[in-house]
Design a protein around this ligand. Structure first.
Ligand code: 5RP
Length: 221
């Protein structure tokens, strides 16, 4: 029987457990693949001290399993951060933020020694940008940022009815062909009013666990 997308997500979530050191505090991402990882983490919760979550939703799921959730300030540097992506290249550059948690994800990733990305095979692309690039924006800057994005060749669309965990809005940018992700990440982050953007290229993943019909493939930077 053919494996479903959820089977592939579960398989990479299980494989990611091997990257969690004993007695550590683990950084945990957001989304459906991260949810599978949280469920796997529950099986080994007696071996870890706790987790730092990249969203309120993940914190709730971790706590539901009886896993201690610490703030990043309490936890300090983390050995590992495990999260999904909306798109990823073979250079392990990513687009993230489909779930709107990009800013906290970028913070927890930055504070971690290793970023392990867990994805099903549909997320692997040659060029980033088919998935609309999420940008978290301070609400008063919405129109200004939208105009600046149009100048950069993108088509911004407000994510209707959505507020981030930080109280901001998301602009999803369509029609970008991102040939230089590091440069675009820097350019967007310099616009006044941008909190962060969903390009994870300056600090990409260190390891990709990719769920395929032939099993879990491991790509390293
Ligand atoms: C949330 C994210 C997620 O990692 C991304 O959207 C992938 O989610 P899923 O595992 O559900 O496909 O960046 O902000």
């Amino acid at each position: 029987m053919a494996l479903s997308q959820d089977d592939l997500k579960r398989a990479v979530a299980q494989a990611a457990i091997a990257y969690v050191p004993n007695d550590c505090i683990v950084g945990v991402g957001t989304g459906s693949t991260a949810n599978f990882f949280i469920d796997e983490l529950a099986q080994i919760k007696h071996k870890i001290r706790g987790a730092v979550a990249s969203s309120e939703a993940s914190a709730k799921r971790l706590q539901g399993h009886g896993i201690a959730v610490l703030s990043l300030n309490e936890a300090g540097e983390l050995p590992v951060y495990i999260d999904g992506a909306d798109e990823i290249t073979r250079h392990l550059h990513m687009v993230k933020g489909g779930g709107g948690a990009l800013t906290r994800e970028k913070i927890v990733a930055a504070a971690s020694q290793k970023f392990i990305c867990v994805c099903d095979a549909s997320k692997l692309v040659d060029v980033l940008g088919k998935f609309p690039l999420p940008i978290e924006v301070i609400p008063m800057a919405q129109s200004y940022i939208a105009r600046e994005i149009v100048k950069l060749g993108g088509q911004p669309k407000l994510r209707e009815g959505f507020t981030t965990d930080n109280g901001n809005i998301i602009l999803d940018v369509h029609n970008l062909q991102i040939m230089n992700p590091v440069e675009l990440e820097n350019t967007l982050n310099q616009l006044a009013g941008v909190v962060t953007n969903g390009l994870f290229a300056r600090r990409g993943a260190d390891v990709l666990l990719l769920g395929t019909a032939d099993g879990v493939q491991t790509l390293k930077r």
